[in-house]
Design a protein around this ligand. Structure first.
Ligand code: SF4
Length: 373
């Protein structure tokens, strides 16, 4: 089975108020050069697998679009040295508005990047300011235009619903504008408030309202209706695509397929074990420079239960026969005790020999997944 490659680029122009990812503020190109050198030398250092075929490569972050074309080229060369990247591989880069020029985009394209995952979040300037995004809505519109002019024909937007003071009509405007721009793919998330972030502190101190769960549920419903009417297929709780444009890389995570991650805080799954790297960038670089590895955790997982709650995120759900073939067990017998109350609560359903989340189950998915852990 072809694997996926994940490359974490931690740098951002500034830190958004809701973000709890492993990120660092971009200082200068030399700093990034040192990180890129570490990332490239990590690959041969830890690699022991036989199967070297990969059909997805994903630059995530952070803001990978802060990399120069030369830095991207260096990383892709290292990937090429280690893996057989298939000719039809999906090669994605996460990009943020106002971080690229037409020239960099053309260079990325010529290096083989064929998909952009674009952090729009909202088209409302006041909300962008509140989130400390460091760009305005016009920057997003212009960058999207530049992506199209550079020949990117597989673009995904990220949008966030349930922002502080966001009314249902505001969310509707965001959806309408996104649909009008017509990206091939949309990832739409409900805002989560993470402890330790500036936004969490603002909510705690009463400067921002506590998220309204009922409103978020209405936003979710609106999103399902509008996107279906516009021809987008929902294929995962938060992900929608036009025909033929599902994220192949992210689907690997939901189907528990091998994905090898490199860089600070990167996670890998080799088919049996999960392992992850140091979360602090300076420490990561140091560890790689000293020993070639920055691994800090490794564990063998219970593959059948992880698969059950990951694959349930997909709209197609879990096919009983596929599950039996892969894990040698009957899904409904294995989880009879856990599934009964979920069925009664209307969170999961069974049809066509598949187990799926209902629409209500998608909204309360954490409750469902907890049953499988
Ligand atoms: S751009 Fe993305 S990764 Fe960077 S700080 Fe903002 S939310 Fe976090």
């Amino acid at each position: 089975m072809a694997a996926g490659i994940y490359l974490h680029i931690p740098f951002c122009k500034s830190r958004c108020s809701y973000c709890d990812f492993a990120t660092d503020v971009y200082r200068d190109s030399e700093d990034v050069d040192r990180y890129v050198a570490a990332l490239c030398s990590e690959m041969p250092g830890i690699w022991q697998e036989e199967n070297r075929t990969a059909d997805t490569v994903y630059f995530g972050g952070g803001t990978p679009s802060l990399l120069s074309a030369k830095q991207v080229e260096k990383i892709l060369r290292s990937v090429d040295l280690l893996f057989d990247i298939t000719s039809e591989a999906e090669i994605t880069m996460e990009m943020n508005p106002a971080t690229v020029t037409p020239e960099t985009l053309r260079d990325y394209k010529s290096l083989g990047i064929n998909r952009a995952s674009f952090g729009v979040q909202t088209f409302n300037d006041r909300a962008l300011k509140l989130l400390a995004r460091g760009h305005d809505a016009n920057d997003a519109r212009q960058t999207f235009q530049m992506l199209r002019e550079a020949g990117f024909d597989n673009v995904s937007f990220d949008l966030i619903a349930g922002l502080p003071n966001q009314a249902l009509q505001d969310w509707e405007k965001n959806l309408d504008e996104a649909i009008k721009l017509s990206p091939e793919h949309l990832s739409l998330y409900l805002l989560e408030i993470h402890e330790g972030t500036p936004l969490a502190e603002q909510v705690r101190s009463g400067r921002q309202p506590i998220p309204d769960e009922d409103l978020a549920a209405r936003m979710y419903e609106m999103m399902l209706d509008k996107l279906a009417a516009a021809g987008y297929e929902q294929y995962e709780i938060s992900n929608f695509s036009l025909s033929g444009f599902k994220s192949r890389h992210n689907t690997k995570y939901w189907l528990l397929e091998p994905v090898y991650g490199f860089g600070v805080s990167a996670h890998s799954f080799d088919g049996c074990q999960r392992y992850s790297n140091e979360r602090d960038t300076a420490k990561y670089v140091d560890m790689i420079e000293r020993s070639g590895s920055a691994e800090v955790n490794r564990e063998r997982i219970d593959a059948s239960s992880e698969f059950a709650f990951l694959a349930l995120r997909l709209n197609c759900g879990i096919d009983f026969a596929d599950y039996k073939k892969r894990f040698g067990q009957d899904l409904m017998q294995q989880y009879a005790y856990e599934l009964e109350p979920l069925k009664t609560a209307g969170l999961v359903e069974i049809s066509d020999r598949r187990l799926r989340l209902t629409q209500k189950g998608m909204l309360f998915s954490n409750e469902v997944f907890a049953a499988f852990v």
